[in-house]
Design a protein. Sequence first.
Length: 378
Amino acid sequence: MTDQDIGDGTRAVRAGLPEPVKYEPTLPGPVFAAHFHLPGEPTGPYTYGRDENPTWTRLERAIGELEAPGEDVETLVFASGMAAISAVLLSQLKAGDTVVLPADGYQALPLLHEQLQAYGIQVRTAPTGADAQLSVLDGAGLLWIESPSNPGLDVCDIRRLVQRAHSVGTLVAVDNTLATPLGQRPLALGADFSVASDTKGMTGHGDILLGHVTCRDSRRAAEVRRWRKIVGAIPGPMEAWLAHRSLATLQLRIDRQCSTALLLARVLAERDDVTGLRYPGLPGDPSHAVASQQMRRFGPVVSFELADRKRAERFLEELRFVDDATSFGGVRSSAERRGRWGGDAVTEGFIRFSVGAEDPEDLIGDVLRALDKAGSAG
Ligand SMILES: *Cc1c(COP(=O)(O)O)cnc(C)c1O
């Protein structure tokens, strides 16, 4: 049996574990060290805590095994998703280069957009849907994809975009936060970088900020590593260890979240008071055909619209098993009125709903009751 043949659950529980050592734990605890004993020549693997840490090494191996089973890839962990994203963009681009960003990507991307421009990098944007980024690729050094997009849940054909980008010498990075490597493997779709905020579904408990970059090319990896060293956006050993521990349940969590998300989407599709429903796993969703070609699981996020701001706020207040909170991918369901942040192009009644690990009957019952209550309010 090769590494490619084993199932996702088996891979997740064993990912990144060291060879068994008598009297040692299965997953050794976090190594708290600013520096390591280092007599003589200062060669690695462990010299100084900003450069390397054995707890990161194990987590990086684990993530690499999930991103590209059986392949030789390099993964670097970061203090947050934004640290990982910035590391790729800022290590790969220089003044005079052009980058293509999604127009409907994560809400902090516009800040990066401004920063890149301030550094003399030309930025073009186009929406994720209908592969619109294809039309602005000419001469770009890097294409940044976010699919499914957050919070609109549009999907682009990653293979198609990669093929075109590579044919004109453009590198491709995919923000894979929403799908996680169990939902989508950007490197297998041809991308040069798979990047994610592991704050979300990857760690799944809403208690850690973390990010990672995985790539095949060791020269590119060295550039990203150098950036991490310069900026120092490194995760603490405790966070890295908690993340590794959380990966063991990744398949359990994601499978539960995705199956309940589909049930919820089906139920919401029947309601007159719900419009603009989006879930890539829902047959009939505008993203479904392309998503089915490149995704193995469709993610925990369902989005929809209620009539107006008041109705949406009332709905969120009425929910008993769902936290009114931002972020997504956690074991506890959360939802928010996305318009409250002001950054996304969404209507006042737009809800981003993240499905947790609750019993589906409880969760769906709660949502239906809250919708009824929100609708009956005077
Ligand atoms: C949350 C998120 C980020 C940023 O991650 P942090 O860990 O909060 O820095 C980036 N991209 C997407 C798609 C996200 O959802």
